[in-house]
Design a binder for this molecule. Sequence first.
Ligand code: MRU
Length: 381
Amino acid sequence: MLQAIRYNQGHLEILDQLQLPFVEKYIPIQNSEDGWEAIKSMKVRGAPAIAIVAMLALCSELFALDAAGKIPTAPADAQDYINKKLAYLLTSRPTAVNLSDAARKLEVITAESAARPGSTGQDVTKAFIGAAEEMLGKDLQDNQQIGHNGSEWIMKHAAKPNTPNVAVLTHCNTGSLATSGYGTALGVIRSLSSQNVLRHAYCTETRPYNQGSRLTAFELVHDKIPATLITDSMAAALLADSSVGVNAIVVGADRVAANGDTANKIGTYGLAVLAKHHGVKFLVAAPLTTIDLATKSGEDIVIEQRPSNEVTSIKGPRQQDVASGSAALDLETVCTAAPGINVWNPAFDITPANLIDGIITEKGVVEKGSDGQFHMDVLFN
Ligand code: MRU
């Protein structure tokens, strides 16, 4: 399986996603500054992967500090050091809640350790490191369960009678590269495929940053899952095509509010509107770490604005170098828009809960109650 994050006892490496799918290169992340930069510049993306890389980047820094004999002796000083670094890491990207969720949980764990009688600065950093390392394995397990729950739901509620398999459309990247492994929405597709009930997967290109054509397509080809790439503007025609017969659209999430409103990659909302029009099931797949009960509705979610050059240019190798199988691929940036044009580049949009049929989590698939509303708090009771 593809691995976006490699970690072993303070040694953290990430697959540089800016160079995928053309160049597979791991880069070291040695401290929180490296982690912040990798997240901000999109070398790592996807809500769970961002959170895990941020926490493990701080682990690497703490390991190095320990090796240099520089861990603060007083527990309160070690706690303060960690909290300042967490606050800094939180400034990297605002929309995905997994990052702040992870930071809050680890703040509590370090505070508990610091408050224990006889505790030392070493104990506090060890408590932080242990809990951060656990997040990596937990995310993988959760994703496998999400895949299982989602595939079961789809076969029960979205498959056509007398048809043993389903076609699924997905958006952005939600696979191994966006998580610690397996993926959320792409994990559901993986699960369907492994049970031989996936007729076909469709992935959108996901403009402007092409997470679909660069990352999801890469994962689908890598795992030999039957799949086809479409541009975002082809989704309506695909859903209208009865010979294709898309059964469900499954997407990931960066933040699910308490009422089920969901922030995800720009273009998700449009797909949900199309799904409603065509009577196709629309599902969000996300771990509990993406569900934010403190945010009442989508109106309260901050949407990150990205630089205009992500819309006006594109980065890749020369087509003839790819076709000739050249080993050394130089990536070039080419302009695709009229110089001087204004650009609007929100990285995410909000899909209103009323357009969503189910929210697939590791604890099960949440559907609307008899009042027609999602009650996401049931997951935490
Ligand atoms: O801007 P990105 O690439 O970080 O956006 C990623 C997405 O929107 C994903 O769909 C989301 O984070 C879920 S990843 C399991």
